[in-house]
Design a protein around this ligand. Structure first.
Ligand code: GLN
Length: 316
């Protein structure tokens, strides 16, 4: 008989060991500077958090310090949009890895204004448009924030207005993507409203602990771990995890799956949220990015944690 039973790993010892191993490498990678406010972040920050499905919280380093979650927010806006539109959402956005940069415009032209997946910028802008339908941008931004506060059970989560302004002032590529889709008649709300919502959800600030708590329903069959309340169906949680695995790290998604073996979503603020189904949600933060725009040290940290815990979606 194949032995699949795993001993319970000592998660605090693992985080401490990974932190000690990587602490000397803090500052590696390149901080995102195309959003001026993000360029001001101290590259030495490094934090990690694991929250298990039975509610235990383990941390190391800057795990309680809020940072700009950027594209990690796209997991939560997708969850909201699926709740509003169900599977018809997929008429507007695809489910395939893009194999190109997160802000690529070439592919969008080639494919007639239908973005490859909900996690590249064009896809997330489409998702923002889907949530906007019939609501003011202010209402929609409030709804996204309330959703995150509810999931993380933490009313302190907020939007960093300086980051939102900085993104709006320099978001020429995102404006190009949105206008391009509008030209293909693929957006229903005014471009400025959709971009306003997009920039604000990217500018939400959360700590590793808050992010891991917010993502825990994806590790727990769609239910909030502590209250047992259903956020999404079991099937939908699996599907969101599938999208994170295949598309969550842009043109670095294959590499992340190979090295870490867990669904994950990165953001250019240097955060990554990952899901070990049935076990835990994890979040790491280190602002320096690799060439694909994913946290360099964060990816290494998750690989080390996955190795040490034995957590993988690909086998025992
Ligand atoms: N707000 C960023 C942008 O639109 C999000 C990109 C990211 O985190 N990969 O460019």
């Amino acid at each position: 008989m194949i032995e699949t039973e795993q001993r319970t790993p000592d998660l605090q010892a693992i985080l401490d060991e990974v932190y000690a191993a990587l602490e000397p490498r803090r500052g590696e990678g390149k901080v995102a500077d195309y959003i001026p406010q993000l360029a001001r972040i101290n590259p030495q920050h490094f934090g990690m958090a694991i929250v298990t499905v039975d509610g235990a919280v383990y941390t190391a380093g800057d795990a309680e310090l809020p940072f700009s979650i950027q594209s990690i927010s796209k997991v939560f806006t997708l969850t909201l949009a699926l709740g509003k539109h169900g599977e018809t959402l997929w008429n507007r956005v695809g489910r395939e890895p893009s194999g190109s940069a997160f802000n690529s415009i070439v592919q969008l032209e080639h494919e007639g204004g239908k973005p490859r997946n909900p996690f590249i910028n064009a896809g997330a802008i489409t998702v923002s448009d889907l949530i906007c339908a019939g609501h003011s941008p202010r209402e929609v931004i409030g709804e996204i924030l309330r959703f995150l506060r509810y999931l993380a059970d933490d009313d302190d989560i907020s939007i960093d207005p300086a980051v939102a302004r900085s993104e709006a002032a320099t978001g020429f590529r995102n404006a190009a993507l949105a206008n391009f889709m509008r030209a293909f008649d693929k957006l229903s709300s005014p471009v400025d409203n959709v971009l306003g919502v997009y920039f604000h959800h990217c500018a939400i600030a959360m700590s590793c602990v808050q992010l891991a708590k917010a993502g825990l329903f994806l590790a727990n069959g769609g239910k909030q771990a502590l209250t047992g309340r259903t956020v999404v169906s079991r099937e939908r949680a699996r599907r969101i995890n599938a999208l994170m695995l295949t598309c969550g790290h842009y043109d670095g998604s294959g590499d992340f799956a190979y090295h870490v073996g867990l669904p994950g979503k990165s953001g250019v603020g240097g955060g990554i949220m990952a899901v070990a189904p049935g076990r835990a949600a994890l979040a790491v933060w280190s602002p320096g990015l690799n060439q694909n725009g994913n946290s360099l040290l964060g990816s290494v940290a998750l690989e080390m944690i996955a190795q040490r815990t034995g957590w993988s979606v690909f086998g025992p």
